[in-house]
Design a protein around this ligand. Sequence first.
Ligand code: NAG
Ligand code: NAG
Ligand code: NAG
Ligand code: NAG
Ligand code: NAG
Ligand code: NAG
Length: 433
Amino acid sequence: MRRFARVTLLFLGCGVCSLLYGVRQLALSLEQEAGGARQRQARDSAAPDGGRQAGSAGRGEEGAGRCKNLSVSFWNSYWMLPSDVCGVNCFWEAAFRYSYMKTQPSETMHLAVVACGERLEETITMLRSAIIFSIKPLQFHIFAEDQLHESFKDILGDFPYEGKVNYTLYPITFPSEGAKEWKKLFKPCASQRLFLPLILKDVDSLLYVDTDILFLRPVDDIWSFLRKFNSTQIAAMAPEHEEPRIGWYNRFARHPYYGATGINSGVMLMNMTRIRRKYFKNDMTTVRLRWGELLMPLLKKYKLNITWGDQDLLNIMFFHNPESLYIFPCQWNYRPDHCIYGSNCKEAEEEGIFILHGNRGVYHDDKQPTFRAVYEAIKNYSFGDDLVRSLLQPLELELQKTVHTYCGRVYEVFMKQLKKSVRDLSVRRSKGS
Ligand SMILES: *[C@@H]1O[C@H](CO)[C@@H](O)[C@H](O)[C@H]1NC(C)=O
Ligand SMILES: *[C@@H]1O[C@H](CO)[C@@H](O)[C@H](O)[C@H]1NC(C)=O
Ligand SMILES: *[C@@H]1O[C@H](CO)[C@@H](O)[C@H](O)[C@H]1NC(C)=O
Ligand SMILES: *[C@@H]1O[C@H](CO)[C@@H](O)[C@H](O)[C@H]1NC(C)=O
Ligand SMILES: *[C@@H]1O[C@H](CO)[C@@H](O)[C@H](O)[C@H]1NC(C)=O
Ligand SMILES: *[C@@H]1O[C@H](CO)[C@@H](O)[C@H](O)[C@H]1NC(C)=O
């Protein structure tokens, strides 16, 4: 009987504590709601933190920014802590962390690129930028002309892998029907990307990027948009333009295109499982067609009217299936168009550039020295060197020389996220993950 009483008391005690904790949390969250709501909304629209949040419990990489820096000991009762403290030693967190690691083994991120002609060095620089900051393991799928394969193997063989990076080289291939026409489209092998869902049959999701992309923050961050897709979304891209007055599609296109200014396919996140399953609405037949059945008729119908090749075909597809596209903000695909006539990517001004896209060859000529400086800084950096001294400092000096250009005037936009990524990485390293 006495034991029974003791157990009851224990239960009651726990109940009261939980209640106290609940009330306290509620009060705190209400307090924060008013001030925090707008900020949070702004941040949510720009940075996908759904996936990150789960990840940070395991790794604590965002911890420094989000939580109060209090040291918490094992003996602090969890219900006494303010809700925004990272209770690194708390029971509950430990339990949560453990179950997180058990249920979500490190997911591999798949990154694809198509390299032809003179694009070897550019592709390597892109891959290096992906390796520098990323957290989860990366699998590269490199589609390249046969004569580039040996060079890729030589260079990739020297990368620091640490068990986190793996790559596969593929030849450029097109379906035998219409192979010639696909090769001629826009650039020699650009349209290869349209066939990735059909070639990489065993890959669930994929981030495709052009060779002239540079990652200024972990690939993990764009990868986490996949988890934000609603049930009808199959792919994510950024708008082609922010400013309709200088938009291309809305002024010149002779074919349908997505949204107000079209979409840019230089950074394309795909849930390929869904792409392979979907039946697409189209303007060629009344029946819906699968991805593989859609491409050839689309090319036949529009080949005389398209200018930017496969990107135009994607625009036509998503014009007819708009519910399938997730749009991410311009800072995830930042191009010269966003600054050469004055800065027009608002999100980048606020939070910095996340993924840089130096299209039209700007990494290799003198037209946009701001873009070129970022490219060279990453190319110059050797793995293992100190990122502040060997990447940030030389880059900032170079960028300061470009303030005579429109893009150079906002050069801090180019540094902002990069600085944060370097900071986050050093926090992660010091925590030994
Ligand atoms: C948090 O506090 C520890 C110890 O006081 C300190 O070493 C660390 O730099 C602090 N971190 C941040 C992000 O302020
Ligand atoms: C690396 O990729 C190949 C296929 O390209 C695969 O067979 C192998 O298992 C991968 N290795 C790791 C460690 O993921
Ligand atoms: C191609 O462009 C021409 C001229 O603008 C237009 O008349 C024609 O309908 C377009 N073709 C298709 C398939 O949209
Ligand atoms: C892609 O979609 C399939 C089918 O809806 C789903 O099972 C899978 O988890 C998705 N992949 C990711 C990475 O979200
Ligand atoms: C998913 O989001 C897209 C774009 O916002 C929207 O058009 C579509 O209706 C949504 N689908 C569902 C099932 O809510
Ligand atoms: C990269 O290295 C080249 C040659 O050593 C140098 O001229 C250039 O200033 C460097 N650029 C940056 C941004 O570090």
